[in-house]
Design a protein. Structure first.
Length: 354
């Protein structure tokens, strides 16, 4: 198993340089309320030499597939072939509230989007007639999409952020990797089963070659909030605000994180977090986050405890474990120290892949 680091835009270059020095495999830039992914990765590409760079994830409703392909080609060229394109449909609140894009039929839209992006990244002109996307638009007679960025390295790998069984199977079928969040080892193992079903379906249909990777080469990459220190309870407390923020996005009845906590047996507490967040009481929402939910879905506590958790994730099928240091509201030096402790834990775990 390898490690990845989830960057925040604040100190992104310094964190990526430190991660590269420590032997991390990939630096991921998320996209949300605070920053977009492409800007952060453009900065990091110019400050690093070896570490892979990934969008974790670019939001499908935010960009046309043409712009996503152009951005991917640019970052691939700027980084000397180190870019990995992570994509996701986000959620109804972001898709419809931010971008005015209907959230309906997310699987069909994702499939067409990835097909267009892959075609564009070959450098050939793209003509596409789908249910959700048509290039050029019907009857326009316009010139087709044509990305002519000079290629660098191997074809850009495509990762999908996915949650439900059908979406996970789609990731296995059409992508090169999966980016997950807030997952226990048991949930990862279940997700890997759905992904494997999708890979098998792609193989039967003769589509596995489209990804350029065998089913065994699929990258399973859950990203976990991380706080490493001697006092486990104190580490949990450092992550409460991050959990409350995510559990407060959009309507509680549609919130993925509240739904996950409810399925794990923390329904009453999760509902309280959602209520307080909706009322604007962020501090109260953070205090209400159940410690058990954090303990089971994050890397918290002493190095030895984190090492044991890493072994559990590796056994569940994780190939790259994302260390989400952006979840900890501490200074740059302390975030770098977390990266160092996480790598020490990986070495201690005995599952490190060089």
């Amino acid at each position: 198993m390898k490690l990845g680091v989830n960057l925040s835009y604040q100190g992104a270059a310094e964190l990526a340089v430190a991660a590269e020095r420590l032997g991390y495999d990939v630096a991921l830039a998320p996209e949300g309320y605070r920053s977009d992914a492409a800007s952060v990765l453009g900065l990091v590409a110019g400050r690093t030499e070896r570490i892979a760079l990934g969008s974790g994830v670019m939001q499908i409703p935010a960009r046309s597939p043409a712009l996503a392909a152009l951005t991917a080609a640019t970052l691939q060229s700027l980084s000397g072939g180190r870019f990995r394109l992570g994509l996701g449909v986000s959620n109804p609140d972001v898709s419809e509230g931010w971008y005015g894009v209907p959230f309906a039929e997310p699987l069909g839209r994702t499939r067409e989007y990835v097909e267009i992006v892959r075609q564009a990244l070959t450098g050939d002109p793209v003509r596409y007639e789908g249910r959700h996307y048509r290039l050029p638009s019907s009857g326009s007679g316009a010139a087709p999409l044509h990305v002519i960025t000079e290629p660098a390295g191997a074809p850009v790998p495509v990762y999908l952020g996915a949650v439900g069984p059908r979406n996970l199977a789609l990731a296995g079928e059409i992508a090169d990797g999966w980016i997950g969040v807030f997952a226990t080892p048991e949930q990862v193992a279940e997700s890997v089963g759905h992904i494997a079903a999708g890979r098998e379906r792609a193989g039967r249909a003769g589509r596995a070659g489209q990804t350029g990777r065998s089913p065994a080469g699929f990258d399973v990459m859950p990203c976990l909030a991380t706080a490493i220190g001697e006092d486990t309870d104190a580490c949990v407390d450092l992550l409460r605000a991050h959990y409350a923020y995510l559990m407060g996005i959009g309507a509680p009845e549609r919130n993925f994180y509240i739904a996950l906590a409810t399925r794990m047996g923390f329904g009453a507490a999760a509902a309280e977090v959602g209520r307080l967040a909706a009322e604007g009481d962020r501090a109260g929402a953070a205090r209400a986050v159940p410690a058990g939910f954090v303990n089971r879905t994050a890397l918290v506590g002493p190095v030895e405890r984190v090492a044991e958790r890493m072994r559990e994730y590796a056994e569940a099928g994780v190939t790259t474990l994302g260390v989400m240091i952006s979840a900890v509201a501490v200074g740059l030096d302390e975030r770098i120290a977390v990266l160092e402790r996480a790598m020490t834990a990986l070495d201690l775990s005995g599952v490190r892949e060089d």
